[in-house]
Design a protein around this ligand. Structure first.
Ligand code: MLT
Length: 307
């Protein structure tokens, strides 16, 4: 009798997905001989010794840049991912990111944490805080969305519903070919054109050679003075040194990103999150289920489907 499939799981993956796999599940660190497949979320598999028994890899997320995809395809090993399964979670956090920046919320929260509720001048301090943290509304401002896949389109739609104007650009596809873009979105023909129009710029492209440092010092030359840059895609899409220079010169008002890093942590104009975009219960379940179904189909019958 054939033995059950063995799946090596490198990160914590929602049980809703794992239980769809007719396989023995081995968490990383446990002894496993000849795994048939690997299931991964954020662990970096570059440089990892991937056993020759592995027939498929599943990534419980959209991006696959933590997996040596080219090397795997030379070996005939398909890499499955979960495009769109966490798009709603990312969209919600991007909207939150714009609000964090526009309403000065991180500084306001730090201010309240430091208040002494027993201080005799507490009311005066609150009044001063209220004045110094006054912000601006999203409605009426323009959001530029770079990358018009599922996340970019959902972000554009949400922004329009909040009364924003939206300009869209995708380095790979025309605005017309975008997944599901609201009719109100204006087209930009290039990154500079989009930057010139936008008070907020949100990045939703994968990290591939063509998008590495898509936003660099030359791009910032076109940005509106005081723009807010949001990066919930991948760290390498933005040239960090150029971003810090743009923040220091005032060209950029704030950088909101989903990746902490030594050069940006603690910078007064940076709001950095620990890669939380897809970290909701719902998104984790959706990703795990989508990728587990693909792995199961492949292991059982050799069927390849993406989503
Ligand atoms: C993604 O590529 O969708 C995210 O990186 C998922 C995650 O946070 O693991």
């Amino acid at each position: 009798m054939a033995r059950p499939f063995r799946v090596l799981v490198l990160n914590q993956i929602s049980a809703s997905g794992l239980k769809r796999l007719p396989a023995e599940i081995y968490e990383t660190g446990k002894d496993i001989a000849e795994p048939d497949a690997v299931l991964v979320r954020s662990a970096d598999m570059h440089g990892m010794d991937i056993p020759s028994s592995v027939m498929a890899i599943g990534r419980a997320g959209a991006g696959t840049n933590n997996i040596p995809v080219a090397a795997m395809s030379e070996r005939g090993v398909p890499v499955f991912n979960a495009p769109g399964a966490n798009a709603n979670a990312v969209k919600e956090l991007v909207i939150a990111g714009m609000l964090l920046a526009a309403r000065n919320l991180p500084a306001a929260l730090r201010f309240v944490d430091a208040l002494d509720p027993q201080a005799p001048d507490m009311d005066k301090q609150v009044e001063d805080g209220k004045k110094s943290f006054a912000g601006f509304e999203l409605a009426g401002h323009t959001l530029g969305v770079i990358g018009l896949g599922k996340i970019g389109c959902l972000v554009a739609d949400a922004a329009i519903r909040m009364g924003m104007h939206v300009v869209g650009y995708d380095p790979e596809i025309t605005v017309d070919a975008a997944w599901s873009l609201p009719a109100q979105v204006k087209r930009a023909n290039s990154v500079p054109e989009l930057l010139r129009a936008s008070h907020f710029v949100s990045l939703h492209v994968p990290l591939v050679p063509a998008t590495r440092h898509l936003i660099d010092a030359a791009a910032f030359e076109h940005a509106r003075h005081g723009a807010v840059l949001l990066n919930f895609s991948r760290e390498g899409v933005v040239d960090e040194a150029a971003t810090l220079a743009a923040l220091d010169s005032g060209r950029l008002r704030q950088y909101v990103c989903d990746f902490p890093g030594p050069a940006i942590n603690g910078h007064r104009h940076v709001i950095a999150l620990p890669h939380l975009g897809a970290s909701t219960r719902e998104a984790e379940e959706n990703c795990a289920v989508m990728v587990a179904d693909q792995l199961r189909d492949y292991l059982e019958s050799g069927n390849v489907r993406n989503s």
